[in-house]
Design a protein around this ligand. Structure first.
Ligand SMILES: [Zn+2]
Length: 418
C-alpha cells in the first residue's frame, strides 16, 4: 500500500457513506415507530452480525469470533507485532430501541477503516474493530457481558447459564444463531480503546456542543427486590390487617425516587421494572418484584445511599407485614478513563472545529469493562431532545459525521505512536 499523499490532518470520513450504512443496518429489526428491535442473540441480531461480517470481509480484515460471540476485525499494521488500537461498540438494541445506540460506534469505526483503506493509509499499529455481544442486557441480564467476560470481570459459564424470560439459555441461543466462536474470550494486550457513542442524555444539546469527551462512567449498582404479601379476595377482606405486597412496593419505590435528595452529590436512583402477582383486579397482590438502579461518580456514596434505602425498605416491610428479599444483581465501579486519551478527544474536536464538552457518562458502556484492561476513552455526540432507548432516538447526520472524524484522528494518532 502507498502512503496517503496529502496532509493527514486534512483527512475526513465520508458522511454520506456513513449515513447510508447506518440506514441499511437500521432496516434489520425495524419497528413501526421508526426504531429497531435487535435483542441480543435473536434472529435480528444474527442478521445484523452477518451484514457486519460481510462489510468486514470487503475490507479484507482478519475476522475472529470468540466464545462469547464477540466479533473482531483486524486491519494489519506496519508493525504487526505492536499492540493494537481497538474501537467499536454493540449491534444489539433495547426492545423498541433506537437506530443509533451502539450501532453508531460500530458503523463509525467501519467508516474509519473504509476511509483509511480508500486513501491507502497504513498505520504503525494494527487497528481492530469490535462488536461486543449483549451490551444491552435487556433480554439476558446483566448488560455488557461480552466485554465483561473478555476483560475478566465476568465468568463465561455464569453468562452461558443466564436465561431470558422464556427460559432460553444464553449459550444455546448463541449456538443457535451460529456465533459461538472458537477463540477463547480473553483479553489480549491493547494500546488504546476508543468507543464512539451517542450521549443518550440532554447535556450536549443543552450546552450547544457537538462532541462530548466523558472523563469516565458513573458506577452502576443493580438490585432486585422481592416483596411478599397475602393474597385474598378484595371484597370481603377489610382494609385493616391486609398484607398488600403492591402497596408495600409502592411506598418503597417512592423512597427510591426521594433517595437522591437525601444524599449530597450527583446520584440518581430509578425503579424501571415492576412485576405484580397475580395481577388481578380482585385479588390482593401477594408478590411483587421490582428493580433498583443506583448510579453515581462516587462509589462510596452509592453504597451509603443503598444503606439508607435498605433501612427504609425494612421499616416499610415490617409496618405492612410484607417480608422482603433483596438480591444484589450487579455492581460496576465508576471508571475514570485514561486522561491522555480523553484529552486527545478534546484536542481533536478543537482542531476539527467542533465545540466540545468535558463531561461524565451516566450510561454504562462496554468501555467501562475495557477501561479495566486498557487505556480507554469515549466520544459522544448529541441525542436530539436527550432521548435514547426509545424509537424516536435520533442524532443529526452531520453530528454523526463529526464524531467519526474525531474518532478517525484519535485512532490515527494512537495507531501511529511507537
Ligand atoms: Zn449503547
Amino acid at each position: 500500500m502507498k502512503e496517503f499523499k496529502g496532509s493527514i490532518d486534512r483527512l475526513r470520513v465520508n458522511g454520506e457513506r456513513l449515513r447510508q450504512t447506518m440506514e441499511t443496518m437500521s432496516k434489520i429489526g425495524r419497528t413501526k415507530g421508526g426504531g429497531v428491535q435487535r435483542l441480543a442473540l435473536s434472529d435480528e441480531d444474527k442478521e445484523a452480525r452477518d451484514l457486519f461480517i460481510k462489510w468486514l470481509k470487503e475490507l479484507n480484515l482478519e475476522i475472529l469470533i470468540d466464545q462469547m460471540g464477540n466479533i473482531f476485525g483486524k486491519r494489519k499494521g506496519k508493525r504487526d507485532d505492536f499492540t493494537p488500537v481497538i474501537t467499536g461498540s454493540h449491534l444489539d438494541s433495547q426492545p423498541k430501541g433506537g437506530r443509533f445506540d451502539g450501532v453508531l460506534g460500530v458503523m463509525g469505526a467501519l467508516e474509519v477503516l473504509r476511509t483509511l483503506e480508500e486513501n491507502k493509509i497504513d498505520t504503525e499499529r494494527p487497528i481492530i474493530i469490535v462488536d461486543w455481544t449483549n451490551e444491552e442486557g435487556s433480554r439476558f441480564a446483566p448488560a455488557m457481558v461480552g466485554s465483561g467476560v473478555w476483560s475478566g470481570s465476568l465468568d463465561t459459564e455464569w453468562v452461558y447459564n443466564r436465561t431470558d424470560a422464556s427460559g432460553k439459555r444464553f449459550e444455546d441461543e448463541l449456538k443457535r444463531i451460529g456465533y459461538k466462536g472458537e477463540f477463547p474470550c480473553k483479553s489480549f494486550p491493547i494500546y488504546a480503546y476508543y468507543e464512539y457513542h451517542i450521549e443518550q442524555g440532554p447535556i450536549l444539546e443543552r450546552e450547544n456542543k457537538i462532541i462530548g469527551a466523558p472523563k469516565g462512567i458513573v458506577c452502576l449498582h443493580w438490585y432486585d427486590i422481592y416483596v411478599e404479601g397475602e393474597a385474598n379476595q378484595v371484597g370481603p377482606t377489610p382494609m385493616e390487617g391486609r398484607h398488600d405486597a403492591l402497596c408495600a412496593a409502592a411506598e418503597m419505590i417512592l423512597k427510591v425516587n426521594e433517595l437522591p435528595s437525601k444524599v449530597k452529590g450527583d446520584l440518581v436512583a430509578t425503579v424501571g421494572e415492576i412485576n405484580n402477582y397475580p395481577n388481578s383486579r380482585n385479588i390482593i397482590p401477594d408478590k411483587v418484584h421490582f428493580t433498583v438502579d443506583i448510579r453515581s461518580w462516587d462509589d462510596q456514596l452509592a453504597l451509603e445511599a443503598w444503606k439508607i434505602l435498605e433501612k427504609e425498605f425494612k421499616a416499610i416491610s415490617e409496618k405492612r407485614g410484607c417480608p422482603i428479599r433483596v438480591e444484589e444483581t450487579w455492581k460496576v465501579e465508576h471508571s475514570p478513563f485514561d486522561k491522555r486519551l480523553v484529552q486527545r478527544v478534546l484536542d481533536n474536536a478543537q482542531r476539527l472545529g467542533y465545540p466540545s464538552l468535558y463531561m461524565v457518562s451516566g450510561a454504562g458502556h462496554d468501555a467501562s469493562y475495557m477501561n479495566q484492561v486498557a487505556p480507554t476513552a469515549m466520544i459522544f455526540v448529541p441525542s436530539i431532545n436527550g432521548r435514547s432507548h426509545v424509537e424516536v432516538e435520533n442524532t443529526k447526520w452531520e453530528d454523526c459525521e463529526a464524531g467519526v472524524n474525531v474518532l478517525l484522528h484519535c485512532i490515527l494518532q494512537s495507531a501511529n505512536e511507537r
